[in-house]
Ligand binder design. Structure first.
Ligand code: HEM
Length: 392
């Protein structure tokens, strides 16, 4: 263990300028240690992050991948908080529902919902883009994915926000447990409903699943539901919020985008690289290892700084520039290896729809007030007030 902490993710500087802080540590201390949350290492370089995701002997994701750790007794958020061989069984249940071809069918509904949200503020000439669009739409997309009533998206939105807020501060454990308890109770009602009336949806597939020859336990069902309800929300929201922030600050690129016949997959990929919303998630070292010349003792928690990997200058030329023409696919925004994000195609689809519909109707907008940075371990903004003159 190191003798002194190299950084503190909860410091004002780290929270206010996560990208600048990560850039500096990537250069000066790429394997850093912090005393925060009981102590953990953090890896800032692309190559170290990728190496750890591939070394399944030395690093595991069970029982927890979050720092601070999930409260004791929490259901396992599977497949995220599991390892091989059982991880394969959990993932198999979900894969068909996340196929790009299946998700494509959501596009018309996502466009309609996006336009309804824009209708709600376009006449005002100003809005908080975070609250009124970027947080609202991904919550609706999760309802579509899970087969839940669309009007429940407002409740989902609040549970996700409140649980992240509580989890990102020291002493917030009891509040986090309370919020997740409410979400789990809501999930239990839907599990019961689908047990009685199965449908062609994710929840029914979870109930019918065989995990190594047995059904999923109540704890596994709850944990998988919590993961599905939460994983795709603040992530996609913050990717969108940061993209809009960037476009507000870069009118020339925005004007170029407005003139494009469509927002191509390359452009979305570059936004995902540049605006990576997951700052870091953890593994636990199963044995003593050395990374970047630094000893990491068995039992240490090691956070993979995914957003930093996506800005690594050794992999991406001019990494701090958002270049729409670049080949960005090797970013670490969605992780790598067996836990690579299952929702990546849904996230891309949401981004394409929201950015293109918004720019079509509101091609010119400016930031209209102070923004609040996102909470650890996300990057982005909690609010994004904008003003716009023209509308269509
Ligand atoms: C821009 C948006 C998103 C980002 C940046 C993102 C990021 C990530 C990352 C970094 C991981 C890997 C974590 C690790 O290795 O420990 C992950 C896994 C996962 N994500 Fe996403 N995610 C996004 C959207 C979504 C959406 C929309 C869903 C839909 C529910 C989703 C569901 C999942 C699931 C189920 C896993 C676990 C996969 C496994 O463990 O096998 N994500 N995501």
């Amino acid at each position: 263990m190191s003798e002194k902490a190299d950084w503190n993710p909860l410091s004002q500087q780290s929270l206010a300028d996560p990208i600048g802080t990560d850039r500096e540590l990537r250069t000066t201390c790429p394997v850093a240690y912090t005393d925060a949350y009981g102590g953990f290492f953090a890896l800032f370089r692309h190559e170290d992050i990728v190496a750890v995701t591939r070394d399944r002997e030395s690093f595991v994701s069970a029982p927890t991948i979050s720092v601070p750790a999930a409260p004791p007794g929490s259901p396992p958020w599977v497949p995220l908080q599991s390892d091989l061989p059982i991880h394969r069984f959990y993932r198999r249940v979900l894969v068909p529902f996340f196929a790009a071809s299946r998700l494509q069918a959501f596009e018309p509904q996502l466009r309609k919902m996006t336009n309804e949200l824009i209708d709600g503020f376009i006449e005002k000439g100003e809005t908080d883009l975070a609250a009124e669009l970027c947080l609202a739409l991904p919550a609706k997309a999760i309802c579509l994915l899970l087969g839940l009533p669309l009007e429940d998206s407002v409740k989902l939105e609040k549970w996700t926000y409140d649980s992240i807020e509580a989890g990102s501060r020291e002493g917030g454990t009891a509040e986090k447990l309370r919020v997740l308890g409410e979400l789990a109770e809501y999930g239990a009602q839907w599990l019961e409903r689908r047990r009685a009336e199965p449908a062609d949806d994710v929840i029914s597939a979870m109930l019918a699943a065989e995990i190594d020859g047995r059904p999923m336990t109540p704890d596994e069902l709850t944990g998988m539901f919590l993961l599905l309800a939460e994983a795709g929300h603040e992530t996609t929201s913050n990717a969108l919020i940061s993209s809009f922030y960037y476009l507000a600050e870069h009118p020339q690129q925005r004007a170029w985008l407005v003139d494009q016949p469509e927002i191509t997959p390359e452009i979305i990929e570059e936004f995902l690289r540049y605006c990576a919303p997951v700052r870091g998630l953890a593994r636990t070292a199963t044995r003593d290892v050395v990374i970047g010349g630094r000893d990491i003792p068995a039992g240490s928690r090691v956070v993979l700084m995914f957003a930093s990997g996506s800005r690594d200058e050794k992999v991406f030329d001019n990494a701090d520039e958002c270049l729409f023409g670049r080949d960005a696919v090797n970013h670490t925004t969605f992780g790598k290896g067996i836990h690579r994000c299952l929702g990546e195609h849904l996230a891309r689809l949401e981004m394409k729809v929201v950015l293109s519909e918004f720019l079509r109707r509101i091609p010119d907008f400016k930031i209209a007030g102070p923004v609040q940075p996102a909470m650890w371990p996300t990057t982005g903004y909690r609010s994004l007030p904008v003003r716009f003159a023209s509308n269509r």
